[in-house]
Design a protein around this ligand. Sequence first.
Ligand code: PMP
Length: 353
Amino acid sequence: MDWRQNIREVEPYVPGEQPNQSDMVKLNTNENPYPPSPKVAEALAGLDPDTLRLYPDPLVTDLIDALADFYHVKPSQVFAGVGSDDVLAMSFLTFFNNPDKKPVLFPEISYSFYDVWADCFHIPYQRVKLKDDFSIDPDSFLQPNGGIIFPNPNAPTGLALPVDTIEGIVKANPDSVVIVDEAYVDFGTESALRLLPKYENLLIVQTFSKSRSLAGMRLGYAIGNEALIQCLKNVRNSFNSYTMNRPAILAGTAAVKDRAYFDRTRNMIMETREQAKEELTKLGFTFPDSKTNFIFASHRSVPAKKIFNELRERHIYVRYFDKSGIDNYLRITIGTPVQMEKLYRALREILAE
Ligand code: PMP
């Protein structure tokens, strides 16, 4: 016996690579190709370094108030964290804690961090099957469970469920917290927010990393009824009262307040995505009908891994998952029209070989 027997052994999540080449086209981690709102730069320029002596506001009042205002909810219904990964990890810890060890349910093809958190926190889980077209099967959540989580739209498939279908899942599971991970909701899907007044077991999680161009700042949030949010705060305050740093609070608040910029940039991305669907179809790709800032595409004759590697040699980065069931797909983030042109040109070359 030695110290190793006391270790929490985990197999970590592996994020997409972050290469740093001046000529690269980076379409591998679903970042926003546009800079954050100019109001963010203004807010950061106004940051007095002297204030960094002081701890940040543990209640994160400015950011929470701005989010509450934006989403027409009470500040007591909002929780902020260090990216939605932080919010989701804390939500697993807080809400997926049933004494009977019933499994938490999530789709078999989904955000691959869910199993990692469940393993890390020793939460039993079960992956539920998707339909043949990769869509989430709402009936798969009609079985005993200790909680439910799924992204809407789902990642990496890009497919969205209508809110009425989500309502059916939430309604059928009053004894479980249902978490809807809306990381990509701003690219053309209706949010489940309108269900909140009716269901106290629903938690909605969103991020600043995609539609608000702030992946580098690490900002995410949850919206739910006050009791759920208070439980999250209690857990957070049981290991770190100051997760949100001052620059992040300033930047996030400024970004939320600039609705016009948010609408303009997400519309640009949706437009580019619809063009990308046409271009990729012409090139021989098929894909589920994405409502996100990425397309999950498979080529009818050339293996995804080969395309991935050839693109990589040209400093064009997309995401490839070497996982059974999806190992012939590429997840391509929507970039600027210029970046997408470079991608199409490279694909034409590779596919002509
Ligand atoms: N949920 C989903 C479905 C995602 O794809 C991502 C991005 N990797 C996240 C949550 C986490 O994003 P962030 O921590 O940057 O908010």
